[in-house]
Write a protein that binds this ligand. Structure first.
Ligand SMILES: [Zn+2]
Length: 213
């Protein structure tokens, strides 16, 4: 495992929420259960009720990618390929979405980290349009996830390492920047690329010794 410092926000920038509109605390294993559950309310800092006080206003893209790597390590610990995603609401700096690959644990071919993070963020915003948000994901998104990122109207995606076998943002396809589609997403590649790639390599090394993959 790559040593990653646990994130300890110095400043909690979120409003006090009444118990009635506080999102329930969920264990990581239950996070995907949140998917698809929208919340009423307008998009904006005042409407975002965070159950976790994570704010990354003063963090660099590298620091935020390391939070995505924490999610990725959680996936590996559960036996899934280590891929993690974080969605930041840029005007407030609040983390509003987290996801880790859950394909094996959920037996769900669509349970990629990005999809879970998108659903988490949309539920918290009460809107499927993730305007003013940035996704940080450890591996270049696949065609399904790149399509979902476009559909969510995300303005920007930042990713770790390229995926030569399924990368649909830059490597095999350029879905996020295809001018024929109704929305274009700005792409920043290669943030913590070596750390992200090494986590994947380490996972597959162990899997091979166990004769699993
Ligand atoms: Zn994907």
């Amino acid at each position: 495992m790559i040593p990653v410092e646990p994130f300890r926000p110095d400043v909690a920038v979120f409003r006090e929420v009444k118990p009635a509109d506080r999102l329930p605390e969920l264990e990581p294993a239950d996070r995907s259960r949140e998917s698809g559950r929208g919340r009423p309310g307008s998009v904006g800092s005042e409407s975002i009720a965070l159950s976790r006080c994570d704010n990354v206003s003063n963090q660099s893209p590298t620091d935020i990618m390391r939070l995505a790597l924490v999610e990725a390590q959680s996936a590996a610990d559960a036996g899934d390929v280590p891929i993690g995603a974080i969605i930041v609401h840029d005007p407030t700096g609040n983390i509003i979405g987290r996801g880790r690959n859950r394909r094996e644990i959920d037996n769900d071919p669509t349970a990629h980290a990005e999809i879970i993070a998108l659903r988490d963020a949309a539920a918290r915003l009460g809107s499927w349009r993730l305007l003013d948000c940035t996704m940080y994901v450890t591996l270049e998104p696949c065609p399904m996830c790149a399509g979902a990122i476009v559909a969510a109207r995300l303005p920007r995606v930042v990713y770790g390492c390229d995926d030569p076998k399924a990368g649909a943002v830059r490597t095999l396809y350029k879905i996020c920047e295809d001018p024929r589609l109704n929305h274009c997403v700005a792409v920043t590649p290669n943030v913590c690329a070596e750390e992200c790639a090494e986590m994947l390599r380490a996972f597959f090394r162990v899997q091979r010794t166990l004769g699993k993959k």
